[in-house]
Design a protein around this ligand. Structure first.
Ligand code: PGA
Length: 432
């Protein structure tokens, strides 16, 4: 049984406070922490921050910590840690608000993950296996990673409008090979950028992608293409884009120079022009997936592009991991993949449910990190347990990103011959 729950404030990878929790059972102590990102809107769960500008610029989370140490502890102590759904629903009931704003998503999620780890500990099975059991899955798949190699948008200080360019080792046979491809390409890219932009072009963005001072997507893609051509794996690495287009949508237009104060307003594109641009990019580069190609409320243009060609169209801000938004997108055929950010939905139980919802619609599923990460590697186990087929956890560089990729290496080793790397079946891995 759960004997004690103790939370504290720690800092995430951006140096911003977040919540960590130690959950104790008769089997020992299980630790988890909540990731955090740029809040993207009214449909996602609510991150509780203290708001006192004199302390951590208003970002401290002592109220969320107190909620765990008092209200949540009181509700959960004595419960069996293997009853994940009951534990999560006990917190949801205690909170009573739609967006979990009373206790805070940062409080609820950290406890939900810690309970999941404790449940695995109780059953003495690996975490990924335990998650698969919770989700009723018998097959396990190691996801194909999308490594961020160039950062832009709100994640970097350059003039690139879109948030990231990623490389996807779809042609690898195993995950360890995929990670090697990612790392080698990253370092070839570093050399390419140094040659073209000087060493300062290799400064990195919030999740480890290089942030050279480029202003067009094509410039970034050319750098990546050149880096891939210097590897041994030219045919085995594809490209994915994370546009995060809500950041540069103004009214009905998209401002691709939004970060360049001098030029802003001169490179506006209409929705139709954006579709043309994406079509051209997909024809010229091996792009297999685009995330949030349009504003989160621009359902019509996203729908048009989802019906073009074979490129996957992923909803991040469009969906906010919210079951109602996902249902609407399924009904209207708006996109064809879910980006799951667990802190937008809030509990392990609800994360399992929305992944099922997306998979039942034959969508792709990407389990995603946040810009503010911790050393917690839970999403690696989650992606294997749910056979998502895809994971996005930043560059193959920086500790909080590698925590996830390195955990996937361990899982692959642990599974031995039973390990199945999604590879080129990333969209619908075998075990769906
Ligand atoms: P966010 O972005 O955490 O800043 O929302 C993470 C991502 O989409 O890579």
């Amino acid at each position: 049984v759960i004997t004690k729950i103790k939370a504290r404030q720690i800092l995430d990878s951006r140096g911003i406070p977040t919540v960590e929790v130690d959950l104790f059972t008769n089997k020992g102590m299980f630790r988890a922490s909540a990731p955090s990102g740029d809040p993207s809107g009214m449909y996602e769960a609510f991150e509780l921050r203290d708001g006192d500008k004199a302390v951590y610029l208003g970002k401290s989370v002592t109220r969320a910590v107190k909620n765990i140490n008092e209200k949540i502890s009181e509700a959960l102590i004595g419960m069996d840690p293997t009853l994940q759904s009951q534990i999560d629903h006990a917190m949801i009931d205690l909170d009573k608000t739609e967006k979990k704003s009373e206790l805070g998503i940062n409080a609820i999620l950290a406890v939900s993950i810690a309970a999941c780890k404790a449940g695995a500990g109780e059953k003495e099975v690996p975490l990924y296996k335990y998650i698969a059991d919770l989700a009723g899955k018998s097959q396990l798949t190691i996801p194909t990673p999308a490594f961020t190699v160039i950062s832009g948008g709100k994640h970097a200080g350059n003039n690139l409008a879109i948030q990231e360019i990623m490389i996807v080792p779809t042609g690898a046979i195993r995950f360890d090979e995929a990670l090697q491809m990612g790392s080698e390409t990253y370092y070839h890219l570093k050399a390419v950028i140094t040659e073209k932009h000087g060493a300062h072009g290799c400064n990195v963005g919030v999740d480890g992608g290089f942030a050279p001072n480029i202003s067009s997507i094509k410039e970034g893609l050319d750098l990546v293409k050149e880096a891939i051509s210097r590897t041994e794996y030219t045919e085995k690495i594809s490209i994915a884009l994370g546009a995060a287009a809500s950041n540069f949508c103004q009214g009905t237009k998209y401002d691709l120079d939004f970060k360049s104060p001098k030029k802003s307003g001169q490179n506006f594109k209409s929705g139709e022009e954006m579709i043309e641009m994406y079509k051209e990019l997909c024809a010229e580069y091996p792009i297999i997936s685009i995330e949030d190609p349009f504003d989160k409320e621009d359902w019509e243009h996203i729908k048009c592009i989802s019906n073009l060609g074979t490129c996957q169209v992923v909803g991040d801000e469009l969906l906010m991991s919210n079951p109602k938004r996902i249902e609407r997108a399924i009904q209207e055929n708006t996109c064809n993949a879910l980006l799951l950010k667990i802190n937008q939905i809030g509990t392990v139980t609800e994360a399992i449910e929305v992944v099922k919802q997306a998979k039942d619609a034959n969508w792709g599923v990407v389990i995603s990190h946040r810009s503010g990460e911790t050393e917690d590697s839970f999403i690696a186990d989650l992606s294997v347990g749910l056979s998502s087929g895809q994971i996005k956890a930043g560059a193959p560089c920086r500790g909080e990103r590698l925590a996830k990729y390195n955990q996937l290496l361990r899982i692959e080793e642990d599974l031995g011959d039973a390990a199945f790397y999604a590879g080129d079946e990333w969209r619908q891995p075998l075990s769906h």
